[in-house]
Design a binder for this molecule. Structure first.
Ligand SMILES: N[C@@H](CCC(=O)N[C@@H](CS)C(=O)NCC(=O)O)C(=O)O
Length: 210
């Protein structure tokens, strides 16, 4: 059995939740290998590093497997040296910032459902799919309207925040998967252009694994 001296990140290069983890790993300089989940419709937990939710990302370590992007990002941070100042979701103690994080993650989850339904052949014609799209549009409008104030309210001495990483992954993924046209979200696009200048953003570009 492999000793897992180096953690293994299990995910896909086209997945926005996986990109959160990949961005953190790069920002924090944590050595790891990457294992691609070939079939996202597989119902075998072993294909997802043992995650019973059948979701990615997962980080396999000698200590055990960490399920989900936030757990993985925190574990990568604990392994980093030095540990930079990261603003985590629990540090967001105003309605503006906390709701910004909540709606960013909910929009990502809603997008996953839309993409998976399409992949499974259900299409987007159901009343539930129409509701999901409406909800996604509402959330994006809220994020666009509140992004400037929220980003300005983040602690200035941070190296990184989970909010910025997730917001960047959400907006760039909507465009990548053609889920929504994003050109009209001027503030969010300005933020993404700025964030994209980080080396961690350019080395984790979305692509379909072959
Ligand atoms: N709560 C999880 C959500 C992860 C998630 O939904 N990942 C997507 C890929 S971006 C997935 O595994 N989808 C498979 C499915 O929905 O069946 C996290 O924060 O990491």
């Amino acid at each position: 059995m492999a000793t897992l001296d180096t953690p293994v990140l299990i995910g896909r290069s086209s997945s926005h939740f996986t990109r959160i983890a990949r961005l953190f790993a790069t920002e924090l300089g944590v050595d790891h290998s990457f294992q691609v989940v070939r079939d996202l419709l597989s119902t075998n937990p072993e294909d997802y590093g043992g995650n019973p939710a059948l979701r990615i990302p997962v980080l396999k370590t000698a200590q055990g497997a960490w399920f989900g992007a936030l757990n993985v990002s925190r574990e990568l941070w604990r392994r980093s040296n030095p540990r930079p100042r990261v603003v985590w979701p629990e540090d967001l103690d105003t309605p503006l910032l906390a709701n910004m994080q909540e709606l960013t993650l909910q929009a990502m989850a809603t997008e996953v459902t839309l993409v998976m339904e399409k992949m499974a052949g259900a299409g987007e014609g159901t009343t539930h799919a129409r509701k999901l799209r409406e909800s996604l549009l509402n959330m994006m409008a809220w994020l666009e309207a509140n992004a400037s104030a929220a980003l300005a309210a983040l602690p200035p001495e941070r190296s990184l925040s989970y909010l910025e990483v997730t917001l960047f992954c959400l907006v760039t993924h909507l465009e990548f998967r053609d889920v929504l046209p994003t050109a009209s979200y001027a503030t969010l696009n300005r933020f993404c252009q700025q964030f994209a200048q980080r080396p961690s953003a350019s080395t984790t570009l979305f692509r379909f694994d072959v």
